[in-house]
Design a protein around this ligand. Sequence first.
Ligand code: PEP
Ligand code: MG
Length: 583
Amino acid sequence: MNKNHLLKGIGASPGIAIGKVFLVDRDHLELSHYNIATNEEIEKEIERFKGAIAASRAQLLKAKKDINKKKFKEAQYIIDTHILLLQDKFLMENTIKAIKHEKTDAALALKKTIDGLRKHLANINDEYMQERTSDIDYIEQRILRNLAGIKSDIITASKEKIIIVANDLSPADTVNLNVNEVLGFTLDCGGRTSHTAIIARALKIPAVVGLKDITSRVKTGDTMIIDGIHGVVIINPTPDKFLQYSQQKSQYDEFEMGLLKYRDLPAETCDGFRIKLLANIEIMEELPSVIDYGAEGIGLYRTEFLFLNRKDLPSEKEQFEIYKKVTETIFPNPVTIRTLDIGGDKFMSQIDFAEEINPVMGLRAIRFCLKEIAIFKTQLRAILRASAYGKVRILFPMISGIEEVWQTKKILDEVKKELQAEMKTFDPDIEIGIMVEVPSAGTIADLLAKEVNFFSIGTNDLIQYTLAIDRVNEQVSYLYEPLHPAVLRLIRNIINAAHSNGLTVAMCGEMAGEPFYIPILLGLGIDELSMNVMALPRVKRILRSLHYKESKSITDDVFKLSTAQEIEKLLKKTANKTFPQQY
Ligand code: PEP
Ligand code: MG
């Protein structure tokens, strides 16, 4: 192994960590297999298997109890899935059958059964089912470890803080870790939106994921540097690299601390123009950071995370309690709760989605909710009831025309009437808004503005649909250009239409949190920017170094240009002049 190895992965949580590796060596579990002959041996092996299942179940129940204390709700659901999988009839019966008929040891019998299950799932073209494969991996590893007599979860019990290196971490693993002991995560698997990545960001621990084979390149005790900003990992660095990154780490930490100074300062330009800066959240664990980083509310709460990775639908009560908690925590600031944006690339197991050739343009978001009205109404009831406890706004995703807004408002009115009849309280003046993320909605923004209280521009989808670029297809990623004149013209049209009708306009796609785009968004007159919490202090700092009038005139110049490249060049000049090294 190259002693000074530099690897490139996906930066999943920013920051720099330097420390000793703790390798979670699951895949290298050595199990010797053997044949059994007598009935007595068979019975003993079956009992051993059942014992390993019971031990696995006990460990997961304990993990669930610990999670309750730490309030990682999402992780809890996934552990429930794992507990259910342990009791799976197919898994139990087939493993026992293999022990009996093939006269193999329990570990080999289990592996064969699970391989069969994996093959079966591989043939199903469904993202939820693919996710189940990783659940099955976790379960297999846990039972095998118990068969091998390894009772522990990942116990670090280390005197010094460590960097976790693993193939993948289940939510049970992640919450079992003592976060005070963990400096960073590096994983073979995963993307930016993997569960571990989200939790790492919520806990502010640097992480690099998607490294493919990091677990086979290091051993426990190696020294490692993680650069979660650029997605870089260095194994056993040279003294020079060590020094260089130690300095960078101090600078970064200082910079981050410095940014926190901005928490209580107003988000305004040098010439006093105010923009509201809000946070995007996916899970409740992010709430403390929303407050720490001084967000002026939640501009996008992606509620679909409540519906994913579970076998049942969240009840009205469960949703109400979560929305109420978020609302109360953020009060007096507003919480913008987006209704279920499911479909596209996010599927729920509870519903049989018909196979679609083009799911991103298919039965997604509001289209799904207008079809599955019972699910929609349950969510609306929960949101409305939570609105009695603070300031809630409702945001409807993927609106493409006026009829959808009419239909949505009709259902909302029905739900309000039901609640009134049941004497349940809610905010009667609750504001409703739409995500403008489909080009048709952007084009008829003037008509839509007459129907709702606010707009929120979802640039992630708006760019993908406007430019016909699949936002997750690497082959065409070079064409995904937020500064494409078509995109900017559409954004300008949306903002102008909103303002002419007295509406505020927010932006909640990734573009809103990118320092580089702040001058043009300011110049276009955006009212609110909503972004991942970590981006907030930097954006505020940049905003405070800009002049509104100057940004307006730069924006006028931008609209004279005809390509994204020319626009980028112009904006780079501004950035270099006003906020060098910050974009
Ligand atoms: C968007 O499309 O810009 C957006 C914020 O929604 P999501 O990323 O959840 O589709
Ligand atoms: Mg979207």
